[in-house]
Every structure is written in C-alpha cells, then in structure tokens.
Design a protein around this ligand. Structure first.
Ligand code: KG4
Ligand code: ZN
Length: 350
C-alpha cells in the first residue's frame, strides 16, 4: 500500500499539451504533444492554432500518460491543471478537460499556477526544495525573480521583465540571424562556436541609476535592438554576419544579467538556495554560469534537467502532489482559467 498521492497534471498554457503522472516525488509519466511546428513560420505562438491543437491532443495525451504509468484514471488521487498565467484560449482547453476528468472520476481538482509548477518540478529530480529559496524563472512568456518561503502558500515577486521575456529575446534574435523558431536551442548551439566576448552588447537595467528603481527587474528589448542594429550595420557594409559570435555575445549578455541579479537577490535576502526554471533554464551557458557564480558565493544551485525546464505536464503534477502533501484544499469545479494569474496565487480556491 502506497500512501503517497498519485497526481495527474495537465499543462496547456502555451503550445505544449503536457500530461504527467507523479506519485509523491516520483515521476511516472511525462507525455507531451507540441504544436510548435505549426507556429514556426509565424515566428511566435499563434493562440488560436495552439488552442485547437490542445483540443485535438488532449484525450490521446492523457491516455498515453496513463498507459506509460500503468495506471487508470480511477487510480489517480487528484488532478492538477495549469489555471494560469498563459494564453486564455489555450488555458481554457486544459481547465475544461481537467474539470471533466475530475467530475467523471470523482477526483479532487487543483487549478494551479504555471510559474509555481516550474519551481515544483525540481522535487522530481532533487527532492524537496529547501525553503526559503530564490527562483529565477525564465521562459518565452515570463522572466521573474521570486522569493519562495513556502511554495504551498505562494511566492513573493522580487522583480520581472519590464518588456520582453528572456525566451522572447532568444526567439527574436534567432529570427534576425536566420535561425529557426523557437530560437533558444539554435542560439545555444551556434554560440558554442562563437566568442562570447567579441561584441559588447548592453546589459539592461544594470546601471547605478536603473538599479535604484529596478533592482531585480529585467529588460531585454534594448539588447534585442542592439543586436538588430549591429547585424544591420554589417549587412549594409556588405560584410558577412558572424552568426556564432553574435549568438555567443547575445547569450552572454542575457545570462550575465540573469545570474547577476539572481545571485544578488540570494545575498540580499540571506537565502542560500537558487532554483532556475522555465525554458531558458535549459540554456547550457546559463546553467554553467549559474553553477560557477553560485559556487563562488556558497549558494546551492537547483537546476532541473533541461527536458523538465521546458513546459510539461509532470511539473503540474509535481506541484499538485506538493499541495496534496501540504494539506492545501482542492479547488472547486467553478474555477476560471486566468491568463494573468499573479505569482502570489499558487492554487485557485474557487
Ligand atoms: O517554458 P517554455 O517551454 O514555455 C513558456 O512558458 O514560454 O519556454 C520556451 C522558451 C522559448 O522562448 C525558447 O526559445 C526558450 O524557452 N528556450 C531556450 C532554450 N531552450 C528553450 N532558450 C535558451 N536556450 C535554450 N537551450
Ligand atoms: Zn513555462
């Protein structure tokens, strides 16, 4: 008899239909259907296309996850679903499906926060998160620094991007370098052959004056523009664009600012654990730089493996399991999908 809760997690906030099954801190299944190829030619996720793809992928992806775990819906103790933040129509598909499964099988429902799920997923790899911790969450839709004192009750925002998200900057810079969407992985690959010190791209919101107002905020739109200007100047001069050097220098600028501010947040708040999560946390340079800088300052780094950093259903199930263990009350079947759900809300009550 196993007394750890078996939780099914459903994720549909962006372009990945993810369904995961977790028992306690053990990952049993992580099934994903992505519509990323359908968005590639637009250079970004098209909400209507994503919603339709979720609708088609939902039932088969749930079935695949159950099969992978050797479980049936009846075995499940609770169902968790991303209730926000994310694309409204995409979230609605997941929330409606989760309600239907919960109602049909008579299971409690947890409508959870996507950002908190990016944090909770680490327990599947490294066990319970030491609290307090600082979380750096960087993806295509968000870039946030959070103080996590008790993940089950909420996280406290310290800063966020004031314009583009970090992943969005990767995607836009990739596009202007002629690399495919999503741009993070190809930039990561190109950068390995480039010199990260070759072009001194700007580090947004790090000047003395900016730090006074935006201590833990980020800005990547100036960096993106600086890269665009630099590339245009080369093209105008009829010179070839050194793609690897541009990719490496751009990536260095992003990782430098992200890790610098994350480490400063740890020191300023007297916290000795830093967690990185979200799609951009799959970046090899960000992981290496965070590891180096954490080691230099005696801070423990928690970085889930890259496939758990990008959106997936296991992270939602992991947060659901954490909430069940923490005795948090389930949501009602009346919960809405909330595209702008604040990070302070981990679980929608009703
Ligand atoms: O967390 P995620 O899968 O979805 C959102 O919630 O947005 O993050 C997707 C983002 C994309 O912008 C993608 O380019 C970026 O994560 N990404 C990366 C890498 N892998 C994915 N960025 C930099 N380096 C990578 N290796
Ligand atoms: Zn995400």
């Amino acid at each position: 008899m196993n007394d750890e809760a078996l939780v099914l997690g459903i994720e549909t906030s962006c372009d990945e239909t993810g369904v995961g099954l977790v028992r306690g801190s053990t990952l049993l299944a992580d099934s994903i259907a992505s519509s990323v190829q359908a968005h590639a030619r637009y250079g970004g996720v098209v909400p209507e296309v994503a919603s339709r793809a979720h609708l088609e992928a939902m039932a088969p992806t749930v079935q695949r996850a159950l099969d992978e775990a050797g479980a049936t819906l009846n075995d499940v103790d609770a169902i968790a679903v991303t209730a926000g933040p994310g694309l409204a129509g995409a979230l609605l598909v997941g929330v409606a499906a989760a309600k239907a499964y919960a109602l049909a099988a008579g299971k409690p429902l947890y409508g959870v926060n996507h950002l908190a799920a990016h944090i909770a997923v680490d327990r599947l790899e490294h066990g319970p998160l030491p609290e307090p911790a600082i979380a750096l969450l960087v993806s295509g839709g968000h870039s946030s620094l959070l103080l996590v004192e008790d993940l089950a009750t909420g996280t406290q925002p310290l800063g966020a991007t004031i314009d583009d998200a970090a992943g969005e900057a990767f995607d836009k810079v990739a596009r202007l370098l002629g690399l495919p969407f999503p741009g993070g992985p190809p930039i990561d690959r190109e950068a390995r052959d480039g010199n990260p010190g070759s072009i001194p791209f700007p580090r947004g919101l790090t000047s003395h004056r900016d730090l006074a107002r935006h201590r833990f905020d980020f800005s990547f739109s100036g960096l993106k523009t600086a890269v665009a200007r630099w590339v245009e100047a080369r093209e105008r001069a009829g010179e070839p664009v050194p793609v690897a050097d541009v990719a490496a220098s751009f990536q260095e600028a992003v990782c430098d600012v992200l890790t610098r501010k994350a480490l400063d947040a740890c020191v300023e708040h007297g916290v000795d654990t830093l967690l990185i999560g979200g799609g951009v946390a799959a970046n090899s340079r960000l992981r290496a730089m965070a590891a180096e800088r954490c080691a230099a300052r005696g801070i423990r780094l928690r970085a889930p493996r890259p496939t758990l950093c990008t959106d997936n259903g296991a992270m939602v199930a992991a947060l659901g399991a954490h909430l069940v263990e923490s005795g948090v009350a389930a949501s009602t079947l009346n919960i809405p999908a909330r595209s702008a759900l604040p990070v302070t809300v981990v679980n929608l009550a009703g």
